[in-house]
Design a protein around this ligand. Structure first.
Ligand code: ATP
Ligand code: MG
Ligand code: MG
Length: 381
């Protein structure tokens, strides 16, 4: 019986645990919070990510280690890697934790991306904002998620406000300035690489964000065949360079025919949640297969698949469950403003039928605005 250790006990760990049960796996999840939602399904060890005594106890309980959370200190990941196999490897984790190092890597690999600069002072910020043109976005290099730790600079008048908001972070997390991409669409590649180097990617996923947080996804994404192939090729380059093992996501902007990389996530990803009910093999199962050195499962989409995120509190499940291919995912979390508490997946072989189902769900749950862009993309098929 193999026991997989997961650093971080949120909904991603919870869904990895669910996917691991049929494979006969056991789990221990490690999280600083005693109410981490994966702890409802697997033994939870409570501890700080830099507590060596707690990590030693965790290592003793597991055969292999992986992550639900990318901001585990790289030193802790390296410390664990001396004691147990850790996937993805700590060096890959370290690159993906830092927007400056991940963007430098994309650049080295010839992956197009918006201009970016390491920012150390208000004067550097002002100079680079003028160079890149405004709007542009100041972000913390590390620890940002769901659009947190970002400031959009619309004109020179915003520079002081941006520095006031984030300047204090310059030593703690570092800062990066990025050119603003007036994108037509956002897409992501969710891909997996095995211990033997085998690489597979799910079809490109289209993503819609509201206030920097993912709201809905659709696979396959509305994008050209050339964009699909290019995006997956970029993901493969990143994975091979990092000797990556496991699932990861590469987020990109589409602007006309162009594709520009935004960021990568060294873990299973919200934009891959549709794979639980809309793909031959889910991202969660394939992540485990990769980490354990098992053959990878097929990544094809079953028709058209979409995901709707639920933030704050769970809506009534019945409208989704009434649909022939509607599936419900409740993370078992307490309601809280803006918190990701669950999602719904819907799929259909027919794009128009999926659009109809989404319209019914949007109407029943008073979420017309959330389903509308996905419906529009499906109607254009
Ligand atoms: P995630 O939850 O995806 O990890 P994050 O906090 O790491 O989010 P980003 O993905 O960098 O942040 O940004 C969140 C969203 O903000 C993007 O999906 C995009 O909609 C918008 N955004 C970020 N950077 C840019 C940019 N350079 N140009 C235009 N829009 C951007
Ligand atoms: Mg991110
Ligand atoms: Mg992102």
């Amino acid at each position: 019986m193999t026991t997989v250790g997961i650093l971080g006990g949120g909904q991603l760990a919870r869904m990895i645990v669910l996917a691991g049960a049929p494979l006969g796996l056991r789990f221990v999840v490690f999280d600083p919070a005693a109410d981490a939602c994966a702890g409802q399904l697997a033994p939870l060890q409570v501890g700080a990510f830099d507590d060596t005594a707690a990590l030693a106890e965790f290592a003793a309980r597991v055969d292999v280690v992986t992550f639900d959370f990318e901001n585990v200190p790289a030193t802790s990941a390296r410390w664990l890697a001396e004691r147990r196999p850790v996937f993805p490897n700590p060096a890959a984790l370290a690159v993906a934790q830092d927007r400056l190092s991940e963007k430098t890597l994309f650049q080295e690999l010839g992956i197009p991306l918006p201009p970016f600069a390491d920012i150390r002072s208000r004067d550097e910020l002002a100079a680079k904002a003028v160079e890149f043109g405004m709007p542009c976005i100041l972000k913390t290099r590390r620890l940002g998620y769901d659009g947190k730790g970002q400031f959009r600079i619309r004109g020179e008048a915003d520079i002081d406000a941006a520095w006031q908001a984030l300047g204090a972070q310059v030593d703690a997390t570092g800062l990066i300035l990025e050119g603003f991409v007036a994108f037509d669409r956002e897409v992501s590649v969710v891909a997996v690489r095995g211990r033997d180097g085998e690489f597979r990617a799910w079809p490109l996923t289209g993503n819609w964000h509201v206030d920097g947080v993912l709201s809905a996804s659709l696979a396959p994404a509305p994008a050209s065949v050339a964009q699909h192939e290019a995006a997956i090729g970029y993901a493969r380059r990143v994975a091979e360079r990092l000797d990556y093992v496991g699932v990861f996501a590469l987020e990109l902007f589409c602007r006309g025919d162009e594709l520009l990389a935004n960021e990568m996530a060294p873990r299973v990803h919200n934009s891959g949640h549709w794979t639980s009910d809309g793909a031959e093999t889910s991202q969660f199962e394939n992540h485990l297969r990769a980490v354990l050195g098992l053959p990878l499962g097929d990544t094809r989409v079953l028709g058209y698949a979409c995901m709707l995120n639920w933030l704050g509190r769970m809506p009534d499940a019945r409208a989704v469950l009434a649909e022939p291919s509607g599936h419900w995912h409740d993370y078992g979390k307490q309601p809280r403003d803006g918190r990701k508490v669950g999602h719904a997946n819907l799929r259909d072989d027919d794009a128009a039928a999926l659009a109809d189902a989404l319209e019914r769900v949007g109407q029943a749950l008073a979420r017309q605005a959330q389903v509308e862009p996905v419906v529009r993309a499906l109607r254009e098929r």
